[in-house]
Design a protein around this ligand. Structure first.
Ligand code: PLP
Length: 390
């Protein structure tokens, strides 16, 4: 027991506490906009039809579950690479490895950076997904925050961001959300992506793109365009990809890390190091979800079915955004934001009152999951929210 006596108590997870409170609430019209998964109009997170079909095929055809290797499903990474870098973009300077989810990709990338350049610092947007800072910190890298969200316009404070990055050092890392920023729903314009690429080149910063919601913003191609431009313009970059939202495979933990290096020789050494790190982290990634994604992307019919269903999910999110935005002038920007999340202009102190009076469950920072809304509950959500908008 002795070694553990030094451990500090951990803060309870606020989102898990919220889930428990929501479960205990007996009101039939309660609204959950806390948990970060896609929901359909009925409030469900179904298995996608293409996934079900691919699972059926795998069940019937898979002959062995023997080990693959630390790189996981090679064809999966190859197919995904075309989504990330664009068709016809195979390049000897780029490689991809399957990882356990986007989180695994971020962690493997962090370990690789810590091994290659331990004194580099990782710049994160303020705010960002709460797991970003711990992932890099646990890998031994220092993190820095740059301003990102403009409270007035509820958009990106791009000038302030660039200004803060003048404090970066050569070799520092800049984490960028590829699309559908979590938690603000904001996205860079293509001009801003180009300005970021120029900044990375000028200051010798390594971009690390976190692409966790491709297809849930403006479509697969549009959501990858910013990252394509950046990756084409810089010598060195990392991409953490998650298939957990756009294939609704959450618990199956499907992702990949892509790395771009200035030369193919450097790429080979980097790949060997990434594989060695993967061996020590998880030895090999879980196969099932990646095999499902590979089966879908490799089959014309399943790919169409997946694309159609993803389109419908995105259309529903964007429809809810428009409905919410028209409810009050303070919510106008919600319509131009993308993805699952939006930060509402309400004081943290209003959140418990909204929960108690109206059964609306959201985290204290006012981050809502748009997918928790539907045409039935949206009027009630707005009614609960309006008195508290700032
Ligand atoms: N990156 C961002 C911005 C996320 O919001 C998430 C999940 O919420 C992830 C990465 C990790 O996704 P995964 O579940 O695939 O690990």
């Amino acid at each position: 027991l002795m070694p553990f006596a030094a451990l500090r108590p951990q803060k309870p997870d606020a989102l898990l506490a919220l889930i428990a409170m929501h479960r205990a609430d007996s009101r039939l019209d309660k609204i959950d906009v806390g948990v970060g998964v896609y929901r359909d109009e009925a409030g469900l997170t179904p298995v996608m039809q293409a996934v079900k079909a691919a699972e059926g095929r795998l069940h019937a055809e898979q002959q062995s579950k023997s080990y693959l290797g630390a790189e996981g499903d090679v064809r999966f990474a190859e197919l995904l690479m075309k989504l990330v870098f664009g068709e016809g973009q195979s390049d000897a300077r780029r490689f991809g490895l399957q990882t356990p989810g986007g989180t695994g990709a971020l962690r493997l990338g962090a370990q690789l950076l810590a091994r290659a350049a331990p004194s580099s610092r990782v710049w994160l947007s303020e705010p960002t997904w709460p797991n970003h800072a711990p992932i890099f910190a646990e890998a031994g890298l220092a993190t820095r925050l740059h301003p990102y969200f403009d409270v007035e316009s509820r958009g990106i404070a791009f000038d302030a961001m660039l200004e803060a990055l003048q404090q970066s050092r050569a070799g520092d890392v800049l984490l960028l959300h590829g699309c559908c920023h979590n938690p603000t729903g904001t996205q860079f314009t293509l001009e801003q992506w180009e300005a970021l690429a120029a900044l990375c080149n000028e200051r010798d910063i390594v971009p690390f793109v976190d692409l966790a919601y491709q297809g849930l913003g403006n479509g697969i191609t549009a959501d990858g365009e910013g990252a394509h431009r950046l990756l084409d313009a810089v010598p060195t970059a990392l991409v953490a990809y998650s298939c957990d939202k756009n294939f609704a495979l959450y618990r199956d933990r499907v992702g990949a890390l892509f790395v771009q290096t200035p030369t193919s020789d450097l790429g080979e050494v980097t790949r060997a190091n990434a594989l060695a790190l993967a061996r020590s982290l998880w030895s090999m990634p879980p196969d099932h979800g990646a095999a499902v994604v590979r089966t879908i992307l490799d089959d014309g019919e399943l790919r169409l079915s997946w694309g159609d269903e993803l389109d419908r999910m995105r259309d529903r999110l964007n429809k809810m955004r428009v409905l919410l935005a028209t409810a009050h002038p303070a919510l106008t920007s919600v319509a131009s934001q993308r993805g699952l999340f939006s930060l509402l202009p309400i004081a943290p102190s209003a959140v418990p009152a909204i929960r108690q009076t109206h059964g609306i469950y959201m985290p204290a920072d006012g981050r809502i999951n748009i997918a928790g809304l539907n045409e039935i509950n949206l009027p009630r959500f707005v009614e609960g929210l309006l008195p508290h908008l700032e």
